[in-house]
Design a protein around this ligand. Sequence first.
Ligand code: 649
Length: 610
Amino acid sequence: MSHTQTDPEGRIPVSPLPPSAHTSLVHVLEHRATRTPDRLAFRFLPDGTGDHPIDWTYRELADRAGAVAAHLNERGLTQGHVVLALDPGLDYVAGLFGIMQAGCTAVPCFPPFGRRATARFLSVLDDCNPRAVLTDPRFAPQVDHFHQQLTPTTEHPQWIFPEPDFYQPSGNGEIPLRVVEPALIQYSSGSTGDPKGIVLTHENLLSNCRVLDTHMGYEEDRVGCSWLPPYHDMGLMGTIMLALHGGWPLVMLSPIHFVQDPYRWLKAITDHKVTISVGPNFAFDLCAQNITDEELTTLDLSRLRQVFCGSEPVSGNTMERFEERFAPVGFDPGSLIPCYGLAEATLFVSGKPETADTIRTEQLDKTALEQGHARRTDNSDGGGEGAADAGTVKVVSCGIVADGHEVLIVDPHTLTPLTDGETGEIWVHGTSVAAGYLGRPELTARTFGARAAHAADDHRTYLRTGDLGFLLDKELFVTGRLKDLIVISGRNLHPQDIEHSVLRAHQDLRRIAAFALPSDTRDEEEVVLVAEFRGTAKEFAAQEKELLQRVTAAVTEDHGVRPGRIHIGPPGCVLMTTSGKVRRRDTRKAYLDGTLKTFPTPADTATAAA
Ligand code: 649
């Protein structure tokens, strides 16, 4: 949650403080437009090359954002969600800050171009019920069609199709600056049918900028370059907001231009004397594989000092290939920064320390790692040496945790914190952690309000990332994703949460296993529960009906799903590991095979007695 002081209407008061002390990025923009109006803020390469760059200074950006804010306020939009579905470019940046400056909450979304993007766009509209949509005039003819496809309960938004004069300050009257919480709803890139809007406060956005600033250190001549889509955390909070906050220019090109020809990224870095950039692992592979010898001769990567690589597993081999391919044109391997983060934590969670010269890789025992233990097989020195042999795996460190933030590695079943080198779920605490998911209190409580077990002195709540990893000498290694075992109607349910509800339903229920099975009657999965009852067969028979009712009520109430089947049996019916963890998959298998322990039925008893 935000720690920012707001007035009763949720507005943040305007302040004349320097950027480090500002309460929103809109204030930072205003500050820069006043102090350094003529400095270059953003440069966009409309055709992906250096031929026709468009430059905006801080003053120009602030004027255009102010014009957007004034237009919105004139239309009665002084709060509420405004979907921002413009194409990548400078107008998008003006739209972003203009929406926030108007007092509204920005909801960035890919424009509704093509079937998948349109489906996604409509599901975002249904989920956040925006008061307005800011998108390109070419979509104007489709508005009726869009409205027909929205669910009936979604109010029709105002559609705003900016023509070029939209961004021109009208010059009459005050430009509003009324910043209201929350700042932004970030839709995670997950499934279209189940969009989850992550609610970010102004403090979340600033916090992420501050920790990245601290991590990166100060550089006099910093220039950034990004081709990432501006609709998601990495291209939005990681580049546009970070550049504005830090006061250095950002050169932007469209993701389409990058994918068409990855050379354009490295050429932009060369031409615009770029010192910092970012991309997912695949981008480094594309460049290492596709850039021709002839193109290579036109590149100079010697000014690059920081290149972040995150958002998917970082491959040591990819990094090596990139280093080798571009060393002849001045690329310094020390500039690569493997990093980890997620939109639920605004963006950045960890990255290679500024002081490290090389990427740190560890050669680990494969079998041990599969069992959750990071065991070195040699004296890996972080040099990124050749391919690992069959029994080992090479993992790349995602560096140290963001300043002021905590990462816990937790056994996802017992919720007990694990020690260095043990694999578990990655939990994060800190000011960058978002307020929650829009309109989903239970999911928010489960995901953002976790507490560790057996950690009496730790009263913090944590974000459960759903990722698996381990810490080694204070560095974070990400090893995979914790499979959400129960998926019902597009919802991911953690079995341990359901089991917890069952435990609380009745004092004589002890071990529980929850898992999903296809429903017999409906075309979807359902929750199946196996629970141990601490009592005799006779006691069970007397209480069976009440037990079933209580369990059903507790699970339905806590999780919004009604268990499809419940098996209550004697001790031993839930299969456990020797260390006391529930073996859900094995219990599920035994359930299907009909080999679970059961209480004898009255008929069994009668037969036995005969
Ligand atoms: C992850 C974002 C975080 C993400 C980025 C720091 C110009 C140039 C550079 C610049 C500024 C201007 O994927 C990246 C750190 C950027 C600084 C840029 O500075 N978010 S997400 O919500 O879409 O997905 C999160 C999930 O992705 C996976 C995890 O499953 C995570 O839950 N993920 C990784 N998996 C494996 N290894 C990693 N390193 C991962 N990072 C994210």
